[in-house]
Design a protein around this ligand. Structure first.
Ligand SMILES: [Zn+2]
Length: 255
């Protein structure tokens, strides 16, 4: 069984897990041997896309983990819009963690620890809340199944979450290793860590990840046009006032 990559599809997927006796759990209380489902979202491209997903989860009274990048060109987690989004996620009861791009920090283990600690502190500043969990962005093979903490925090590729329980991801906008409900861990009634990226579910063109990203790009261009008009008189004089508020969900944030 495989749900369409839409908001309704995500809701149906969660309901299907609940109907099979699964309970949504967090990294601190999930038991690999139990029917526990960890909901993890890595925010690789858009923070705005997280809000509708967070609201759907809240409507089902389940809590998820959202992981935020600091070292990215895709968004700015310190912008006013981003802080509002992150505040909304927290008010809905979700947990914010660091999505850590280890590749920009070199391979020295202590250097990596220090960089992760700095990024956690910066994100804690932005959130006004502790950052308790780290998720590696596009992890090198050596980080998959890595034992121990990073910067004193638990991370999502620990053996407990990555090999002792099932793991399933919607990377590149598809279930490339099979849909989550067909996972062996689910057949056996064991825990599953489900990684989804909200951008593939919100405002998506189902079945066409490239078209979804083109739509996202067009929306971000409108945000940029609005900001240019707001910040530069000659630009506004030449191109007109800021476009009206955009109703899209995946690109409407201030980069
Ligand atoms: Zn990522």
């Amino acid at each position: 069984m495989s749900e369409a990559f839409t908001e309704q599809g995500y809701l149906a997927l969660l309901r299907a897990f609940l109907a099979r006796g699964y309970a949504v759990a967090g990294y601190d209380d999930a038991d690999p041997a139990a029917r526990h489902l960890i909901l993890r979202h890595d925010l690789d491209m858009s923070l705005g896309a997280a809000e509708p997903i967070a609201a759907l989860e809240s409507a089902l009274s389940v809590k998820a983990h959202y992981f935020v990048l600091l070292r990215t060109e895709m968004y700015n987690p310190f912008s006013a819009a981003a802080r509002a989004t992150l505040g909304n996620l927290r008010r809905l009861g979700h947990e914010i963690g660091l999505h850590f791009d280890a590749s920009v920090h070199g391979s020295d283990p202590q250097g990596l620890e220090d960089a992760a600690a700095r990024e956690c502190r910066a994100l804690e500043d932005a959130l006004g809340a502790p950052v308790r969990f780290v998720s590696f962005h596009r992890p090198a093979a050596a980080l998959l199944g890595r034992r121990g903490t990073i910067a004193g925090r638990r991370h999502t590729y620990e053996p407990r979450f990555f090999s002792e329980m099932g793991y399933c991801s919607d990377s590149r906008g598809g279930w490339h290793y099979g849909p989550p409900l067909d996972h062996r861990a689910v057949a056996e009634g064991r825990a599953l860590q489900l990684l989804t990226h909200p951008i593939w579910w919100i405002g998506s063109v189902p079945g066409d990840p490239v078209a979804t990203l083109d739509r996202f790009r067009a929306e971000r261009d409108r945000v940029l046009a609005r900001e240019l008009a707001a910040n530069c008189d000659p630009y506004r004089a030449a191109r007109g006032a800021a476009p009206p508020a955009f109703k899209g969900k995946i690109g409407d944030e201030q980069g």
